[in-house]
Design a protein around this ligand. Structure first.
Ligand SMILES: [Fe+2]
Length: 202
């Protein structure tokens, strides 16, 4: 991928090396991130984001889980549900990712870092790390959250099986207003039907 904006392209190339590094530990996260980037971009274009927002969205979506580099293998690669302590450790990945992105100190990195920090906030304020709610959550972080949830359910992981597209949409709609922004869910419902990232399981 090459971004038109040279500033964001530099940031993308710089951070890509880290995501390749993460891929050597956890290939599934790397492949998932590529699909979340594509899907987030489709939502962002459809809801009319500015070029600057789209660039920051591309970067943050591509590297939203880069902080998993800082999570120990016995948790990152655990083929079962986490216990409470493991879950608390795993939740740190959004803040670790923010720090990694901000540490590049390249132009645009602070904007992308903030989106990475907030990609697990919930619309009703029950997410993490800051329990932001509604429009307090940056719109690009709300978009990444929908794309992330969709793709996570579309593929098989060691602790769950892939779901079909209608099954995933039923769950996401149920979560609208709680986990997800209901207005963005409307946009998402429109674009996913013709998206190349639509779940393949039938
Ligand atoms: Fe994440």
């Amino acid at each position: 991928m090459e971004l038109e904006d040279p500033v964001f392209n530099a940031l993308y190339m710089y951070t890509k090396a880290l995501s390749v590094a993460l891929g050597y530990r956890d290939l599934l996260t790397r492949l998932h991130s590529e699909r979340v980037q594509g899907l987030s971009r489709e939502i962002g274009v459809h809801c009319g984001l500015s070029n600057n927002e789209l660039n920051a969205l591309n970067i943050a979506a591509s590297f939203h889980d880069i902080g998993k580099i800082g999570i120990p293998d016995h948790i990152l690669l655990k083929p079962a549900q986490f216990d409470a302590d493991e879950w608390e450790t795993m939740k740190q990945h959004s803040e670790i990712g923010e720090k990694i992105m901000a540490a590049t100190e390249l132009q645009g990195s602070q904007q992308a870092a903030l989106l990475i920090r907030h990609h697990h906030e919930h619309y009703d304020g029950r997410g993490y790390p800051d329990k932001l709610s509604g429009e307090q959550i940056p719109v690009c972080a709300r978009i990444i959250s929908i794309a992330d949830s969709y793709d996570a359910m579309a593929v098989t992981r060691s602790y769950h099986h892939a779901r079909t597209h209608p099954e995933i949409m039923a769950i996401l709609h149920q979560e609208a207003g709680e986990k997800h922004d209901p207005e963005l869910m409307d946009f998402f419902s429109q674009i996913i039907e013709s998206s190349q990232y639509k779940a393949t399981k039938v």
